[in-house]
Design a protein around this ligand. Sequence first.
Ligand SMILES: Nc1ncnc2c1ncn2[C@@H]1O[C@H](COP(=O)(O)OP(=O)(O)OP(=O)(O)O)[C@@H](O)[C@H]1O
Ligand SMILES: [Mg+2]
Length: 378
Amino acid sequence: MSSKKPARSIASRVVRAWTLRTVFALIDMDLALLVLAQMGELQVRAWPGIAILAGVELLTLFMVRRSARKKAGRLVEPLERMARTAQEITSAEFDPERLKQLEDAISGVAPQNPHAHIATGDKGLKGLESAINDLLTRMNESYQERSRFVSDASHELRTPISVIQGYADMLQRWGKKDEKVLDEGISAIQSEAAHMKKLVEQLLFLARGDSGRTALNIEDVEACALMREVYEESRMIYPGRDWHLDAAPPVPARGDADMLKQAVRILTDNAVKYTREGDRISLRARIKDGCPCLEVQDNGIGIKPEDVPHIFERFFRSDPARSRASGGTGLGLSIAKWIVDRHGGHFEVYSREDIGTKIAIVLSPAPKAAEEENGKEE
Ligand SMILES: Nc1ncnc2c1ncn2[C@@H]1O[C@H](COP(=O)(O)OP(=O)(O)OP(=O)(O)O)[C@@H](O)[C@H]1O
Ligand SMILES: [Mg+2]
């Protein structure tokens, strides 16, 4: 069975159709001339002209046939290629021995091993091998990331547990009679328990998010109203900062209002944590380049330039000692990133040491805003 047959027959059909079309056009012309001759309208003197015309017709027919053949060739070229590939696939011999070899190589691989890869030495399996090796690399990266996360989480939990244990022992020995030791012990245990509770909640949020168990409730959101709510509650909880709000509606957005509020709260928490008493913190909602934008700016300690690319990593803290002292676990921004990623948005970070930090959440344009923007462009 020849694979070229269907493609060829299409080509020849196209050529035939073009030729027939031209022949019919020429026959039409000849018939007209004959009718005219019959009616005596054409003089005998006109016959040489008719002969020349017939020659031109033949030449045209030849040229049309040639160009039709070329055009048809170009048209059917992809079909011919497809037919050739199909032929190659069907004629390729299925070799169960080679397949077994590949199976053995795959089953002998441990994906947790960072150097895991398969190499059968069979040239025919090279493409398949490199695809499997790429997959192994990605599996390994994800495995490493997970085990790093579990080890960091355990490490973070170990500290408050040790502190609680230490204070409990101290209370056991001396606290029963000494009121000062008792007070100190109780407040330390309370603060460590609160820290542990926050850490466990953050871990649960990320674990649920990673396993796809967190559903977003996407609806129309007015970003200015959302920023105002966070501004009002922040002013109440942290009266020691100089709070400002710049949010003039409309700033329409689409998203899960509670989740977006949580992301902005993470930014304001950081702004409070990394500023001093009386420092200015500004919240702003606006449309920037057609996108709703939620910004939190502070006049605090700023972030070292080399740390900026890492602040969204899980457990990253620029200054672990300071952050730990203020109750930081280094998970806040990775949770905010999870939320913003799920909204199809991104962050913009501007920071200078000892000058301050501005972090903006940039969301996708709300459908209505995008339509209006398109309308304006038209
Ligand atoms: N506004 C800011 N000013 C200065 N540094 C910041 C600011 N925001 C974030 N950072 C730096 O980024 C790091 C990561 O922030 P992230 O919110 O993830 O963790 P955290 O605040 O230390 O702890 P958590 O938010 O989990 O309580 C912080 O430890 C800090 O070093
Ligand atoms: Mg934080």
